[in-house]
Design a protein around this ligand. Structure first.
Ligand code: ATP
Ligand code: MG
Length: 360
C-alpha cells in the first residue's frame, strides 16, 4: 500500500541515497539547504516524470552529472509489488515499470503523488490554473477514461483556435460538434468528481472549523445556465475577433462559498491554508475509499502559519487517513507531539545524505 523502497542518484545535492520509508508518516528533518525538498522532489519525479519546482529538468540533475535516476518499489492494496524507475538527462527520459518501457500516464497511475508546498496556498486565492490542475489530478485518478477525452478535446480546441485566427470560419461547425462532444464528456466527469469530493471535504473541514454552510461549486468554463453549444454560438463574434475560443472546459474552475460568501474574501491566512489542506486531503481520501491504489502525500514546509492546536489536529488526521506521508521541516519540534503518531519514521538530511534516526 505504499512506497517501500526509494533509490536516488544524482539529484541536486543528493549524490546517492537509499531509504526504506514507513508506510505511515515519514518526517524529513534537516537544516536549510540540506536536501529535504530534493528528497520530496525525487518522489514527485518518480510519480510524475517532472519536477514541482524546476521547469527544466537539467536544473535538477546534479552539477557535473549527465543524468539522474530514481527507482522505487511500491506495494498496492492487493499486495502486488511494482518496480518503478525513471532516468532523465534533460533531453529525454525512460520510464520502466516492472522492466517494461511505459509512458508518463502509466507512471502516474502506478504512483499517485499529491504535493502540498508553499505554492499550494494559492489554490483558493490565486488564478484558476492551479484549481484546474487540482480538479484534473483528481478526475484522472477517479476515472481512467478522462485523460483520453481531455486530450481529444484539447487537440480539437487547438485546431478550432487555428481556424479562428485565419478568420475563415465557414467550416467552423465541423470543429464545434466534436468540441461539444468531448467537452461535454470532460465537463461531466469533472462535475461528478467535484460532487463526490464535496461531502468528504466538508467532513474533513469540520475537524478544523465550525462553519454552518459550506458549498463547493463547479464552474464548467461557460455560463452554466445555458449549454456548451449555445455558449459557443453566443461567443462566435468575440472568438473570431480575438482568434481564440472563449468558452469551454479549458476555462473550468470551482469556488468555495462559506455562509454564502466567497471563502477567499473573508477567511484568515491560517484558515485559507487549512481549507486548502482539507481540499487536498479530501482528494486523498476519495482515492483511498474507491481505488485499489494509494496516494503518496508530499508536504514541503507545512508548519508555518498553523497554530499548535491545528498542527496537532492535522497530524492526528494524517495518522488516521491511513496513507503514506512525507513531511519536511527544519525542526522536529515543529511537528508538535509525536506520541499521537502510530507508525512513523524520522529521516535526518545533511549535505544530501539521508539517515534514519527514529522508527516506530
Ligand atoms: N543541480 C544541483 N546540483 C547540486 N546541488 C544543487 C543543485 N540544485 C540545487 N542544489 C543544492 O541542493 C541543496 C539542497 O536544496 P533543497 O532545496 O533540497 O534544500 P532544503 O533542505 O529543502 O532547504 P530549505 O530548508 O531551505 O527548504 C542546496 O544547497 C542547493 O543549492
Ligand atoms: Mg526546502
Amino acid at each position: 500500500m505504499s512506497l517501500e523502497k526509494l533509490d536516488i542518484y544524482s539529484l541536486r545535492n543528493i549524490q546517492k541515497a537509499s531509504i526504506e520509508p514507513s508506510p505511515g508518516i515519514n518526517l524529513i528533518v534537516g537544516k536549510n539547504a540540506s536536501g529535504k525538498s530534493s528528497l520530496l522532489e525525487a518522489i514527485y519525479i518518480l510519480g510524475r516524470a517532472r519536477s514541482f519546482r524546476a521547469k527544466n529538468i537539467k536544473q535538477v540533475i546534479q552539477f557535473d552529472k549527465k543524468e539522474l535516476i530514481i527507482s522505487g518499489k511500491t506495494k498496492k492494496k492487493n499486495g502486488s509489488s511494482l518496480h518503478l524507475g525513471i532516468r532523465l538527462d534533460g533531453n529525454s527520459y525512460d520510464i520502466r515499470i516492472n522492466q517494461e518501457n511505459m509512458d508518463k500516464a502509466e507512471l502516474a497511475y502506478s504512483l499517485p503523488v499529491l504535493l502540498i508546498d508553499p505554492k499550494s496556498y494559492l489554490l483558493l486565492d490565486g488564478g484558476p490554473q492551479l484549481r484546474r490542475e487540482f480538479i484534473d489530478w483528481g478526475v484522472f485518478n477517479d476515472n481512467d477514461s478522462f485523460l483520453n477525452n481531455w486530450r481529444k478535446y484539447k487537440k480539437i480546441l487547438q485546431q478550432r483556435n487555428a481556424l479562428l485566427k485565419t478568420k475563415k470560419i465557414k467550416h467552423i461547425n465541423v470543429w464545434n460538434s466534436e468540441l461539444i462532444q468531448y467537452g461535454t464528456i470532460v465537463s461531466n466527469y469533472r462535475n461528478k468528481y467535484i460532487n463526490k469530493l464535496k461531502s468528504i471535504f466538508i467532513e474533513i473541514s469540520q475537524n478544523f472549523f465550525k462553519f454552518d454552510e459550506m458549498e463547493l461549486n463547479y464552474l464548467p468554463g461557460w455560463d452554466d445556465s445555458i449549454d456548451f453549444s449555445l455558449a459557443l454560438t453566443n461567443d462566435i463574434q468575440k472568438d473570431v475577433k480575438y482568434g481564440f475560443t472563449h468558452s469551454g472546459p479549458h476555462r473550468c474552475d470551482f469556488k468555495l462559498m462559506i455562509n454564502g460568501i466567497l471563502a477567499k474574501d473573508f477567511v484568515s491566512r491560517g484558515q485559507l491554508k487549512l481549507l486548502m489542506l482539507a481540499l487536498k486531503l479530501a482528494q486523498v481520501k476519495l482515492i483511498n475509499n474507491e481505488n485499489n491504489n494509494f496516494v503518496c502525500v508530499l508536504i514541503d514546509d507545512l508548519t508555518a502559519e498553523l497554530d499548535f492546536i491545528n498542527k496537532k489536529k492535522l497530524l492526528g488526521f494524517l495518522t488516521n487517513l491511513n496513507c503514506q506521508v512525507f513531511m519536511s521541516t527544519t525542526e522536529l519540534s515543529n511537528f508538535g507531539d509525536l506520541d499521537q503518531l502510530k507508525v512513523f519514521k524520522v529521516f535526518h538530511v545533511e549535505h544530501g545524505e539521508i539517515e534514519l534516526i527514529n522508527n516506530k
